[in-house]
Design a protein around this ligand. Structure first.
Ligand SMILES: Cc1cc2nc3c(=O)[nH]c(=O)nc-3n(C[C@H](O)[C@H](O)[C@H](O)COP(=O)(O)OP(=O)(O)OC[C@H]3O[C@@H](n4cnc5c(N)ncnc54)[C@H](O)[C@@H]3O)c2cc1C
Length: 407
């Protein structure tokens, strides 16, 4: 087990510097344009792939070969300091990768993780499809069905997923579906739907959403109509699923929901993204406040502004500490009171608050697109919503601290 430390390792410091440089040179100069275009920034992802930032090896190294758990949060804070929309277009595939890593066999992980990323010149994308029009926070309401066809040893998937990052444009869709409707959320499993399903195989993109923020990241519905996949594309394998269903039917514990496992493991990383946005806004506002003069002196000379910046710095550091604690605890099997949810709850709120206050510090300049602060504010809000809303994090924490099934 690794000891918790506030000091980053030399490798982590180097990684942070490397991503910072990529943000300064490539991401920040392009951020406004891709926000306006509201399209996947393929050329930027290509550049990220060329330097090894967009690759399954990078994700695997960060997720698996790091006893401290801090490597991914450090990398993600830096990347999202650069820009959240482009950042999400670079890490969106990791949601699918995490879903595969959480539920798949080692053979499935080796086969499918690389296919979520491709290689420079031949990029691929992954998408993790859990949410549905009537099943957002309430994952147990998922209706997408996976029916086993014994004669062909295949599963047939039908349903509609919504709000899916990279939905419809991904090469690998990881789809959470109902395998036994009588077992509620414990009758779910995750499936790999490969890119062939898009070529007349029954998977299509529905509505593409036009969004308030993170507009460079593609979000769309995914429609599954009689999508046939080999039974071997069931993550974890059919034998394990049958055993799990049998245990649940006998009233024994049946392992937690497939989708929830993925979300829990990724929460500190998502929270780190929010910290990155908050830090970007704080740094910008601090510089601005030192330079902008009104009444014959820099506006930071007013306590109202200086104290606000002091509060922003304090809140951001507090959020980062929760993120690092949760990442370390998660990595070392020490989650006790939903610390991952605490980190996500705090970081989302801090990002929304800090970016809004940064707009206030910039006055009119905070409200127009000539400056990045209004974009950061739009981007921040999603961190109160996806990967579990603010209220769902509170619910998870409340249940953990009380030991009661709070509703
Ligand atoms: C840009 C974007 C990208 C996304 N990417 C993905 C993705 O890649 N894959 C994926 O599967 N999903 C994705 N999502 C879906 C996201 O996780 C859901 O939007 C989120 O879980 C909330 O679900 P919902 O939108 O249906 O809201 P609802 O669940 O309908 O919630 C509406 C409101 O009710 C509150 N609420 C609900 N239940 C309770 C309760 N029990 N107690 C108190 N309050 C409650 C919520 O907190 C919220 O304020 C994405 C969403 C967006 C907007």
């Amino acid at each position: 087990m690794s000891e918790f430390s506030l000091d980053l390792t030399e490798d982590q410091e180097q990684l942070k510097g490397w991503i910072h440089e990529f943000c300064v040179d490539v991401i920040r100069p392009a951020a406004g344009e891709w926000d306006e275009r509201e399209e996947t920034p393929w050329p930027i992802i290509e550049e990220a792939a060329e330097i090894g930032l967009y690759s399954w090896e990078f994700m695997a190294e960060g997720m698996m070969n790091d006893p401290t758990g801090l490597t991914m949060p450090v990398a993600l804070e830096e990347l999202f300091w650069g820009d959240a929309g482009i950042g999400l277009s670079i890490v969106g595939s990791a949601l699918a990768a995490a879903g595969i890593a959480a539920a798949g066999t080692s053979e499935q992980v080796m086969e499918w993780l690389p296919q979520c990323y491709g290689s420079p010149g031949d990029l691929k994308l992954g998408a993790f499809c859990s949410s549905e029009p009537d099943a957002g926070s309430d994952v147990s309401a998922i209706r997408t069905k996976a029916v086993y066809d014994e004669a062909k040893d295949e599963y047939v998937l039908n349903g509609t997923k919504t709000w899916i990052t990279n939905g419809g444009i991904a090469d690998v869709h990881v789809v959470v579906a109902v395998t036994d409707p009588d077992l509620g959320s414990r009758g779910h499993a995750s499936f790999i739907v490969p890119s062939e399903a898009k070529d007349g195989g029954g998977l299509s993109q529905g509505q593409k959403f036009s969004k308030h923020g993170i507009r460079a990241s593609h979000t769309a519905e995914v429609v599954l109509e009689d999508v046939r996949i080999p039974a071997s594309f069931l993550l974890g394998g059919k034998d394990k699923l049958d055993e799990r269903h049998a245990r649940v039917r006998e009233g024994k514990s049946g392992n937690s929901q497939a989708a929830m496992q993925t979300f829990e493991a990724t929460r500190p990383s998502v929270a780190a993204q929010a910290v990155g946005i908050a830090r970007a806004a704080y740094e910008f506002a601090l510089d601005y406040a030192k330079q902008r003069e009104q009444f014959g002196r820099p506006i930071i000379m007013n306590q109202a502004i200086a104290f606000l910046l002091a509060d922003m710095k304090t809140e951001i550091d507090a959020a980062r500490l929760l993120v690092h604690r949760a990442a370390w605890m998660g990595k070392n099997g020490k989650f006790e009171f939903a610390e991952g949810s605490m980190a996500k709850l705090k970081a989302g709120r801090v990002a929304v608050w800090s970016t809004e206050r940064a707009m206030q510090i910039l006055g009119g300049y905070g409200y127009v697109k000539d400056y990045p602060v209004e974009r950061w504010h739009r981007d921040a809000k999603i961190y109160d919503i996806f990967e579990g809303t603010e209220q769902i994090q509170q619910l998870v924490i409340a249940r953990a601290i009380s030991g009661m099934c709070i509703e």
